[in-house]
Design a binder for this molecule. Structure first.
Ligand code: ADP
Length: 160
């Protein structure tokens, strides 16, 4: 039984994240989508809100996917929960350096756990949560970049 984890901030979830989730779930028996608490980052949405967005809009019917809140060391979480694969998405070369260091560190902390990278699909390769937040706050249209159910929440939070 191969258990994988896809950790991230998902602040907010984008179609790029959903693409990775949909592809990753086909490669494993179960996928934990781990929403980072990120106390050092200033998030637009609380961890509870980000979990709510992911679960109510996207995955309420898929029993292979579990959405959890997560703080602390990812490597520890993997070992404690029998997770053997960390999934990350790679967009451009800009992602690579950070992801490379992170994967090596996680390998050092938890040698039995491997990181697997899925290359972003063409249409999502420029999409990031940060760019989505920026465009919405300037009244731009992001309807093709995020799940439709989170659009009203985004606009409400960023335009008030
Ligand atoms: P973090 O705060 O760790 O950057 P994100 O939620 O932004 O968290 O991203 C989580 C993971 O999803 C990272 O591996 C990131 O590279 C990947 N990712 C983010 N946006 C996309 C996208 N548009 N296409 C593919 N992967 C993505």
């Amino acid at each position: 039984m191969l258990k994988a984890i896809y950790p991230g901030s998902f602040d907010p979830v984008t179609n790029g994240h959903l693409d990775i989730i949909n592809r990753a779930v086909e490669l494993c028996d179960s996928l934990v989508v781990a929403v980072a608490r990120n106390s050092e980052k200033k998030n637009l949405f609380s961890a509870e809100e980000r979990i709510q967005m992911l679960s109510s809009c996207c995955y309420k019917d898929n029993n292979k996917i579990e959405i959890v809140e997560f703080g602390g060391l990812l490597a520890d979480y993997c070992v404690e929960n029998g997770i053997s694969v960390i999934v990350r998405g790679l967009r451009a070369i800009a992602d690579f350096e950070f992801e490379y260091a992170m994967a090596l560190m996680n390998k050092r902390l938890a040698p039995a756990v491997d990181t697997v990278f899925l290359i972003a699909s063409n249409e999502n390769s420029f999409v990031s949560s940060r760019i989505v937040r920026e465009v919405v706050s300037l009244d731009g249209d992001v309807s093709s970049l995020v799940p439709s159910c989170i659009l009203p929440l985004l606009k409400k939070r960023l335009r008030n």
